[in-house]
Design a protein around this ligand. Structure first.
Ligand code: DLZ
Length: 163
């Protein structure tokens, strides 16, 4: 498999559509903020780099990843965003909490996409340990926040093209 399909951070950024005129909501979980804050910053910077303006991006915080779908629903319900990016980081612990949170946020995100016919991007890391998360939030494996932003732009562009 081509690396570019595994690691969007390595994408040719020239091939990303212009985000000018698009409006984005970002919902970021405060749990594991060291990671999620870096991902949210990456997503914000990437949207700006591709033409979005600062006043076209709203960022809201929720306590943990489990709250991301509801935070996203609050934003989607306003009807003003072209895409919403959910950012979280769930790190495996000693209990089954990890499984339940991952299941909740994943299923909740799928439902939001379909309920609102809106790109709601799954920028959630689910890792075995903190180092794996750090590696993916501006480390050796790029920044998955950047990748979530690129996915958001591409999905808005696709929706506009089709409709
Ligand atoms: C409780 C909990 C645990 C154990 N681990 C994480 C985590 O790794 N990442 C995360 O984003 N949130 C975690 N949470 C908090 C839950 O997402 C949620 O905020 C609480 O269960 C309250 O609903």
């Amino acid at each position: 498999m081509n690396m570019a399909t595994k690691d969007l951070s390595a994408y040719d950024h020239q091939s990303v559509p212009q985000a000018k005129g698009m409006r984005f909501g970002i919902v970021v979980a405060e749990w594991n903020w060291e990671v999620t804050g870096a991902m949210a910053q990456g997503a914000f910077d990437t949207l700006i780099r591709h033409g979005a303006t600062e006043d076209s991006i709203d960022i809201k915080r929720v306590p943990g990843s489990f709250e991301l779908p509801l935070g996203g629903q609050f934003m989607a319900g306003k009807g003003i965003y072209d895409a919403i990016i959910l950012i979280g980081c769930v790190i495996q612990g000693e209990t089954r909490h990890f499984d339940f949170i991952c299941q909740g946020v994943t299923q909740g995100t799928v439902e939001l996409n379909l309920k609102y016919n809106l790109p709601v991007i799954y920028g959630v890391l689910t890792t075995e340990n903190l180092q794996q998360a750090i590696d993916r939030s501006g480390g050796i494996h790029g920044n998955k926040g950047d990748e979530a932003a690129i996915t958001a732009i591409k999905m808005v562009s696709l929706k506009r093209e089709i409709s």
